[in-house]
Design a protein. Structure first.
Length: 431
């Protein structure tokens, strides 16, 4: 939840060359595609009563997938819009099983529908790119054509036709752009994966991110326990062994024994602190009382003053609570380390099956989705968040967005240069 990048704004009369090319080339391609779709449907209906019916439809649907790939390429090349490629067809064992997969393929059937609808849309685009300019030229030269054909005429209503042509020619770029947007919308709607397939792909991606995060966390925890906590415990055992040797001496050295006991006490305190730091990323103790207690405690430790507003009418699932808590922790650290803000606001609202977390600051702005953080950063790893955005630098907000996507959440960022920055995280309360 994965946000889409906003398209660059263009002047009202600016039209990409690709839109003109697509409008001109679109009509013959739309005509051929519509003929293919109609022929497939018509011939398939006629042959359905024969043994050739199903094989013909299967081959035609496979061909429709190929034609859809061609149109996706043209839309991406000329209209500048990326249409995600549908997942390939599964290949079960057996001819009949494969045929059944093709016949029930929603991508191929939606491509046939796209080919049928492309004819009227392509006709509109051709009319806007070719017919409308020709009509404008005819109107502009209308008095001349009349005088050449019929002889001289007094100045009358004929001289207003060029004005109408000049006025109409200003609408040509907007008309071509409008048909280009219609083609983009149609391609996104019918040439990409079906909604169910897209949802499965998003869930698979979120699961992969979650598994990678958990694996990285476990490896980091194992390394910290081995290199840190285990070494501290070994040092503590050596200190206690030295204290035991001192006690067995005759007579015992009280001053040395006191020094060893003080050292053991310090090593014990350091080990406890290390264990608390490592376990804090697994499940924060503050969440035992819910987000209503955890979030105010989190904001209290922020070096930037944070105004907290909570409206939590229902308690989310534990996994969602952890995601919201860590999201708030990383965003507040981002504010403190990189925004230069003097004040911030944290708002959380949970109702009707959704929870929304909003963090706002009055800093310099410029935050955006960018690269993922390096492994070992962020409160989950226990070494402090590294998700802030420095001016002109990269950002780890994409990593945070991927973590939220693992629990079906989305991250939205509004951070113009100069601020303010508003980051919104929205998740379901129950998975």
């Amino acid at each position: 939840m994965t946000e889409t990048a906003s398209r660059e704004r263009r002047p009202y009369l600016s039209v990409r060359k690709g839109e003109w090319a697509f409008a001109v080339l679109g009509l013959p391609l739309a005509l051929l595609g519509s003929l293919y779709a109609v022929a497939v449907l018509y011939a398939g209906a006629l042959l359905s009563l024969t043994v050739l019916g199903l094989p013909f439809v299967v081959a035609a649907l496979l061909g429709a997938r190929g034609i859809g790939a061609l149109h996706r390429w043209l839309v991406g090349r000329l209209l500048g819009v990326y249409v995600e490629r549908p997942a390939p067809l599964p290949r079960p064992k057996g001819v009949f099983a494969r045929g059944r997969v093709v016949l029930t393929d929603p991508v191929a059937w939606r491509t046939l529908l796209y080919l049928v609808l492309r004819l009227p849309v392509g006709t509109l685009g051709f009319a806007a790119a070719v017919g409308l300019p020709l009509a404008c030229g005819w109107l502009i030269g209308f008095p001349l054509w009349v005088r050449l054909l019929d002889g001289p005429h007094p100045v009358d209503w004929l001289d207003t036709a060029p004005l109408a042509g000049l006025a109409l020619v200003t609408t040509v770029p907007a008309a071509v752009r409008a048909t280009g947007e219609l083609n983009r919308w149609l391609a996104r709607l019918l040439l990409g994966p079906a909604r169910a397939q897209q949802r499965v792909r998003e869930l698979e991606s979120a699961r992969a991110v979650l598994l990678a995060e958990n694996t990285d966390q476990l490896r980091r925890l194992e390394r910290d326990l081995h290199d840190g906590t285990q070494a501290r415990l070994v040092a503590l055992a050596i200190t206690l062994s030295l204290a035991d040797d001192t006690l067995t001496g005759a007579p015992p050295d009280a001053e040395r024994l006191r020094t060893l006991v003080d050292r053991a006490r310090g090593q014990t305190d350091d080990t406890i602190a290390e264990l608390r730091r490592l376990t804090r990323g697994i499940h924060p103790v503050a969440l035992d009382g819910g987000l209503g207690e955890a979030l105010p405690g989190l904001t209290a430790t922020s070096p930037v003053p944070v105004d907290v507003s909570l409206d939590l009418r229902e308690r989310p699932d534990p996994a969602v609570e952890r995601a919201v808590y860590f999201c708030a922790a990383e965003l507040l650290t981002n504010v403190a380390k990189h925004s230069g803000a003097q004040a911030a606001e944290l708002t959380a609202h949970a109702a009707d099956g959704r929870i929304r977390l909003i963090v706002r600051d009055d800093g310099r702005g410029g935050a955006a989705l960018g690269t993922r953080p390096e492994p070992g950063t962020g409160p989950i790893g226990g070494t402090g968040p590294a998700l802030g955005t420095a001016p002109g630098g990269g950002t780890g907000l994409t990593g945070l967005a991927e973590r939220l996507a693992a629990v079906d959440g989305v991250l939205r960022i509004d951070s113009p240069p100069g601020g303010p920055t508003v980051v919104t995280a929205e998740l379901p309360t129950h998975l």
